[in-house]
Design a protein. Structure first.
Ligand code: PGA
Length: 251
């Protein structure tokens, strides 16, 4: 698996028409160019299948923003990992801070979703990150450590299939990016935590940074040895800007 990845999280934005136009603009940006990185977009559930079809053969993959912790059954409103795979999704975000904060997602829930995603053959993107209060209280690394437990509990073989996104909560949607050095410090910590089980796995896992990444700050973040790409929110809604970010990672 290539370590470099750029993932766009469209969150709860768009309409059928807007999603179609954004997807077409991404196709225009990537037409005729071969990429040496993984590029992924995560539309809202309801648009997944359309976007999968529109992006067929483009080299751009599709992911979901969440997944049920359950398998098939009486779970009203839920979408299972098998359904996502069936719809053509290859990736799924798990434990995004917006879900941890406003839907009370716990480590146990993240662990359950993670195993469902792996069983269905999806690439899980597990999100971790501290709040501003936690950073100021100097507990960033212990918060990351606790949020990493669902991944650290996996076998080395399973860990190899996981992507981890470090997204400081104070940097998400605020325009306030972590400095490349602040991000690198946490990325190194995460890679060392993975290396306790298996050094080769730790070296191969993609560690993405997220939080106000844009076309201007992307290159300096990607210049850090352990930042393999980005999970991009707001800037991924603009195809030109998203393409500029993936080009910064292609170098
Ligand atoms: P942002 O969001 O790029 O808009 O800060 C990142 C995310 O929440 O994944």
């Amino acid at each position: 698996m290539v370590r470099k990845k750029i993932i766009g999280n469209w969150k709860m934005h768009g309409s059928i028409q807007q999603v179609h136009a954004l997807t077409q603009a991404l196709l225009d940006c990537s037409a005729g160019k071969v990429s040496n990185i993984d590029r992924v977009v995560c539309p809202p559930f309801i648009y997944l299948e359309r976007v999968v079809q529109q992006l067929a053969d483009s080299g751009i993959q599709v992911g979901a923003q969440d997944v049920s912790a359950h398998g098939v059954g009486a779970h009203t409103g839920e979408v299972s990992a098998d359904m996502l795979a069936d719809a053509g999704c290859r990736y799924v975000l798990i434990g995004h801070s917006e879900r941890r904060q406003s839907h009370g997602e716990s480590e146990a829930l993240v662990a359950a979703k993670l195993s469902r995603a792996l069983e269905a053959g999806l690439t899980p993107v597990v999100c971790v990150g501290e709040t501003l209060a936690q950073r100021e209280a100097d507990v960033t690394l212990s918060v990351i450590d606790a949020q990493l437990q669902p991944v650290l509990g996996l076998s080395a073989e399973a860990q190899q299939k996981v992507v981890i996104a470090y997204e400081p909560v104070w940097a998400i949607g605020t325009g306030k990016t972590a400095t490349p050095e602040q991000a690198q410090e946490v990325h190194v910590y995460i890679r060392h935590a993975l290396a306790v089980k298996n050094a080769a796995t730790a070296a191969s896992v993609s560690l993405l940074y997220g939080g106000s990444v844009n076309a201007e700050n992307a290159a300096s973040l990607f210049a850090q040895a352990d930042i393999d790409g980005a999970l991009v929110g707001g800037a991924s809604l603009d195809a030109q800007q998203f393409a500029a970010i993936w080009r910064a990672a292609e170098i």
